[in-house]
Design a protein around this ligand. Structure first.
Ligand code: IMP
Length: 430
């Protein structure tokens, strides 16, 4: 039995979908524990590409159970759409292999509207959210006025909560944002469909996880976003509203912290971020454009072009220490082909001092200068590499230095989008 958490070490979009899908082979349960449909995991299986936003990647394996646990915020319409699309493509989904926590909070139409209204009003001060209502839904959860999925099991109760919520939300829409109010009846018309479809899937995921632990099952916890988007430890306010760090596995699923056996940190061989906020290794020149084009760095959820830059080992080291990462899963190494030189920031310089970790004050983070180490580039096609020895020596030097400087071993290297294009070095489940 072992329990494994997969965490993005950067700003999300590290290529989690493929790695989680691979690791799912050894898992009995696959669990999403935070975030919502702001995430977008792309999986390439055979000739088919799947873009998942809410449903755990384990769903593509019929013998696994996928859980959307307590810490997730669920947009029911999006979830139902995703389930139906997958079913239409031949994926078997039933309450046997997909279970959703009744404690997970619901993203309602007013959350999405509020997210958009705030962002457009903020102008240059915007966060650059995905516009999916994630922040407002978590806000209501923290304010104890949110609706949980279990509320869908009692539509009269659901309606009374919606009406109460609208008293406040409509005041904001009308008075502050100059918009038409939302009608409870419209929301309830949708809610009836949500309840009819989702009720059989709504359950107590905590109990399922505890039972799996007692039965010595292997559980894979599928993180979304990345450490620098963590609401507590990331580049606040340019963050998401949940905790993509390893500690969140316990909070968001109910697995005790001492039952997490291994934390795998996803590291893209370069850095990208969407939305606003500091990004010390960002490349605003043609090298950045080349990385974006070759790496196809456009949002799975929003289609937005991602900001791109060199690998920032300071960011990765911070994630390793914050999350107790044992093993690094390197993705998109192949994207770094065709550069004469490749760079990696191994420290920052700030006011004459060298920093090993991301500074705690955002204005400091905006001022740091990356201290780069420069590596020879490589042009060899990597996609058929089956072991580290198949990689060009320049790529091996780059990986070795990353491992040394952040203090975690390399457990897996992805050299292409397909499942087979992966070098697996670690035994992930015992
Ligand atoms: P929100 O999560 O939609 O509130 O957006 C807050 C910030 O997190 C924005 O900068 C988003 O672009 C970013 N973000 C949210 N989800 C993801 C993700 O899955 N990958 C990368 N960035 C994300």
């Amino acid at each position: 039995m072992s329990n494994l958490a997969v965490i993005g070490t950067q700003w999300g979009d590290e290529g989690k979908g493929k790695v989680v899908d691979l690791l799912t082979d050894g898992a009995d349960l696959v669990v999403r524990f935070h975030g919502g449909n702001n995430a977008g995991h792309t999986l390439v299986v055979g000739d088919s590409t799947y873009a998942l936003h809410l449903v755990p990647s384990g769903i593509l394996h019929p013998d696994k159970v996928s859980l959307i646990a307590t810490g997730v915020v669920v947009d029911p319409g999006v979830l139902i759409g995703e389930i139906k699309d997958l079913m239409a493509r031949g994926i078997e989904i039933s309450p046997k292999n997909l279970k959703i926590s009744g404690k997970a909070h619901v993203i309602l139409p007013y959350h999405k509207r509020l997210d958009e209204a705030r962002e457009s009003r903020a102008g240059a001060g915007k966060i650059g959210t995905t516009g999916r209502g994630i922040g407002p839904a978590y806000e209501d959860k923290a304010s104890r006025v949110g609706l949980r999925l279990s509320d869908l099991l009692d539509l009269a109760l659901f309606e009374s909560k919606v009406k109460k919520a609208l008293q406040e939300k409509n005041c904001l829409f009308e008075k502050l944002y100059g918009q038409k109010p939302l009608e409870a009846a419209d929301i309830m018309a949708e809610a009836r469909d949500w309840a009819a479809f989702l009720s059989p899937f709504i359950t107590d995921t905590f109990a399922i996880i505890q039972k799996a632990v007692k039965e010595n099952k292997n559980i894979l916890f599928e993180g979304a976003q990345g450490v620098q988007l963590d609401i507590d430890h990331g580049t606040y306010p340019y963050v998401t509203s949940s905790n993509p760090t390893a500690g969140s596995v316990s909070i968001g699923s109910g697995l005790a912290p001492n039952k997490i056996d291994k934390v795998v940190g996803l590291v893209k061989a370069y850095t990208s971020r969407v939305g606003e906020g500091p990004f010390p290794t960002e490349l605003l020149d043609e090298t950045g454009t080349k990385i974006r084009d070759i790496g196809r760095e456009f949002g799975t959820t929003t289609g937005r072009p991602r900001r791109c830059g060199w690998l920032d080992a300071v960011v990765v080291r911070t994630a390793v220490d914050l999350c107790g990462i044992d093993s690094l899963a390197i993705t998109k190494l192949d994207v770094l082909r065709h550069h004469d030189e490749i760079k990696m920031a191994t420290a920052y310089r700030l006011d004459g001092q060298e920093l090993s970790h991301v500074p705690g004050i955002l204005s400091d983070f905006s001022r740091v200068e990356p201290v780069y180490e420069t590596f020879k580039g490589f042009s060899q096609d990597l996609c058929s590499a089956k072991s580290l020895d198949d990689l060009p020596p320049e790529a091996k030097v780059f990986l070795k230095r990353l491992s040394e400087t952040v203090g975690a071993r390399i457990g897996l290297v992805s050299v292409g989008p397909e499942r087979g294009q992966t070098i697996i070095l670690d035994k992930f489940f015992k």
